[in-house]
Design a protein around this ligand. Structure first.
Ligand SMILES: NC(=O)c1ccc[n+]([C@@H]2O[C@H](COP(=O)([O-])OP(=O)(O)OC[C@H]3O[C@@H](n4cnc5c(N)ncnc54)[C@H](OP(=O)(O)O)[C@@H]3O)[C@@H](O)[C@H]2O)c1
Length: 300
């Protein structure tokens, strides 16, 4: 099956409308061949874009993905790779770090992107994001690093993640940004009202959505709210002939900012459920039924 790529912002990049997230890949304890199978099966579904960060799996995930890709190097041309940088973790992979902190200096951004290219065994990232807002971020310096990476052909597009509208506006005043990758799901609705999605819709820049299933809690969470949301998703799913998970994705896709969800499952069936959501359009009552189940009250 092929899904047409979709454009995130005026000048790109073009990603698959569902992106596969690699955050948990090291936990899956796969061989390179199993990793390749996952990448290939995602791509067969039309999920050709993969979301990474330098720090995933204590700095190991990009290399695991790169080893898998090395088994079928020609696959790279069919894929789009998203990277992130700017967080410095404490751990065996980075003994020099005394405490977890952020670093958005030009030197770190460039060095981190180059390390990601080596680990992923590729010559370019399609999109690089600043992972979290850094109080010490100098917007001119970040823009300079982005321009240098672009001029070298090492990164084609840039964006941010977890930025407030003000932080987004600051960096966007120096260099075009392609996305703000944010957390959004029925249990985390703040971006609907705090200006984040309003800003992106106004600028016609599409959000990428992380943890679209609240890390699985929407479908398997034990709390009262989670059970209520799961009940609503399952009811609506029955009406549309799809799974509760598909409705969770359809709930995100219904937003007029045109989100691109990043699905984090090791199971291809779960990836298929995400793709199934692309053919569902929830009406305002379905959408509000999920919102109401999460909020615990009707809209005002
Ligand atoms: N920018 C950021 O700051 C940031 C932060 C977090 C994540 N991310 C990105 O977003 C991606 C997705 O995040 P996520 O992994 O939290 O996404 P998610 O899709 O909300 O959660 C995935 C988890 O839910 C489980 N799951 C999926 N379907 C399920 C079902 N039907 N029932 C029960 N559990 C189910 C999966 O387990 P199975 O594998 O067993 O299906 C997996 O453990 C990450 O890989 C990463 O690329 C970005």
């Amino acid at each position: 099956m092929s899904l047409p790529l979709t454009t995130l912002a005026e000048h790109g990049p073009r990603l698959s409308p569902i992106v596969a997230g690699a955050w948990r890949l090291a936990d899956w304890q796969w061989t390179a061949a199993q990793g390749l199978r996952w990448i290939e099966q995602c791509a067969e579904l039309g999920v050709t874009s993969f979301d990474h960060a330098d720090i995933y799996g204590d700095y190991q995930v990009e290399a695991l993905f790169g080893e898998a890709l090395a088994l079928a190097p020609s696959l790279r041309e069919r894929l789009q790779l998203v990277g992130k940088c700017g967080i410095k973790l404490v751990g065996p992979a980075r003994p020099a770090h005394r405490l977890k902190h952020y670093d958005t200096s030009a030197a770190h951004i460039v060095a981190s992107a180059e390390a990601s290219l080596r680990a992923l065994r590729t010559d370019r990232l399609d999109l690089l994001l600043i992972h979290r807002p850094d109080a010490l971020m100098d917007a001119d310096e970040v823009a300079g690093a982005f321009e240098a990476l672009r001029a070298a052909g090492k990164v084609l597009h840039f964006g941010v993640s977890n930025f407030t509208p003000g932080q987004f506006e600051l960096l966007a005043s120096r260099i075009p940004l392609a996305t703000n990758q944010i957390e959004l799901h029925p249990l985390h609705r703040a971006p609907l009202t705090d200006g984040t999605l309003d800003q992106l819709q106004r600028l016609r820049i599409r959000p990428m959505i992380w943890s679209p299933l609240a890390g699985g809690a929407l479908l398997a969470g034990g709390g009262e709210t989670e059970r209520r949301v799961h009940g609503a998703l399952a009811r609506i799913g029955e009406r549309h002939g799809v799974s509760a998970a598909s409705i969770a994705f359809a709930w995100l896709l219904r937003h007029p900012s045109r989100p691109v969800p990043v699905a984090g499952s090791r199971r291809i069936e779960a990836m298929r459920e995400a793709v199934d959501a692309l053919r569902i359009t929830l009406d305002a009552q379905d959408w509000t039924e999920v919102w109401q189940a999460a909020a615990g009250h009707e809209v005002a």
